[in-house]
Design a binder for this molecule. Structure first.
Ligand code: MRU
Length: 347
């Protein structure tokens, strides 16, 4: 399995996703500040992966703390949590993982644990978050495989693969699950402008796995569907509101509209840590806007004239009406999502 992120003693190691597929370079983060920077600058990206990175970043930061006495230790803990929470706003997994670390910390403080015990507890919690994410992805893959057609021509957008999680992937987990279940699978990967997660990362992962992969630019998916070359769409998610509205990589909404027009099932694959029942609908999801340079340039080459304004939202919201089903580690949930998603947490 791809080594997306791991702890190596008191260092957090991650593959540098900005450099793939040209170079396989590993970044070694020695402090929580370095982990926060890695999330912000997209060394690591993808909703579950940044949640895992935040948890490991907190445990790393506290492992290195020299604070004497639990009060000073606690002040440092909450400062590090704030630092990691300020990295990216849309993917709720980040805040979910930080909250989980806070709950574990509060339990330890409540039990009167020493700073050494608190450090061990935070390491364990971060490792659990990592390992549970891999298990969730595998379960998503197994559930998702049941709805993939026998001779599947699958379109996916962005990268919701092993690189975007602790391993195996969500949308790509469904594809991997279908392959493991013996289905014939061919995948179209949207290039995913401007950061090119599809062209660079999804294609890299799938080719590495020996899965039939064709890269298209984002404006080709309509023609592809019109020619009936796609019979299944699966994407990941950054935040799913209580009513099923789903924020995912910019361009996902267009794919969903096209899928509806052409009668192609459109599935979202995500762990429960991506579902935010506190946000009523998609209008409440904060959408990150990124640097204009991602649009104006490819590498060091400028594409647009000086003076042209740029709009660069990193995500869009797909209304729940366009979603055939939401594949989670607890099963596949369908409309009405307000009821079905709430029930997922009760199981
Ligand atoms: O900006 P990114 O690369 O972090 O955006 C990633 C996506 O939109 C993914 O589709 C989503 O996080 C799901 S990853 C399993």
């Amino acid at each position: 399995m791809l080594p997306t992120i791991a702890r190596d003693h008191d260092v957090v190691v991650m593959i540098d996703q900005r450099k793939l597929p040209a170079q396989e370079i590993y970044v070694r983060c020695r402090t929580a500040v370095e982990v926060a920077k890695a999330i912000k600058t997209m060394v690591i990206r993808g909703a579950p992966a940044i949640g895992v990175a935040a948890a490991l970043g907190i445990s790393l930061g506290m492992r290195r703390s020299t604070a004497t006495g639990t009060q000073k230790f606690a002040t440092e803990f909450y400062r590090i949590c704030d630092l990691l929470a300020a990295t990216r706003p849309t993917a709720v997994n980040l805040f979910w993982a930080i909250d989980r670390m806070k709950r574990s910390f509060a339990a330890g403080m409540g039990a009167g644990e020493s700073t050494a015990q608190l450090k061990d507890r935070l390491d364990r919690e971060a490792d659990l978050i990592h390992d549970e994410d891999v298990a969730s992805c595998r379960a998503i893959g197994a559930f998702g495989a049941t709805v993939v057609p026998q001779d599947a021509k699958i379109l996916t957008h962005c990268n919701a693969g092993a690189l975007a999680t602790a391993g195996y992937g969500t949308a790509l987990g469904v594809i991997r699950g279908a392959v493991e279940a013996g289905k014939q699978v061919a995948v179209f990967a949207d290039e995913t402008r401007p950061f090119l997660q599809g062209a660079r990362l999804t294609a890299w992962e799938l080719v590495r796995d020996g899965i039939n992969t064709t890269v298209i630019t984002d404006n080709m998916s309509g023609a592809l569907m019109r020619q009936r070359k796609v019979n299944f769409v699966v994407v990941g998610a950054d935040r799913i509101a209580a009513n099923g509205d789903t924020a995912n990589k910019i361009g996902t909404y267009s794919v969903a509209v096209l899928a509806r027009e052409h009668g192609v099932p459109f599935y979202v694959a995500a762990p429960l840590s991506t579902i935010d029942l506190k946000t009523k609908d998609g209008d409440g999801i904060p959408i990150e806007e990124r640097n204009s340079r991602e649009v104006t340039h490819v590498g060091s080459t400028q594409l647009t004239p000086d003076g042209a304004a740029v709009w660069n939202p990193a995500f869009d919201v797909t209304p729940h009406q366009l979603i055939t089903g939401i594949i989670t580690e607890k099963g596949i949930f369908r409309a009405p999502y307000t009821d079905s998603l709430a029930s997922a947490f009760a199981q």
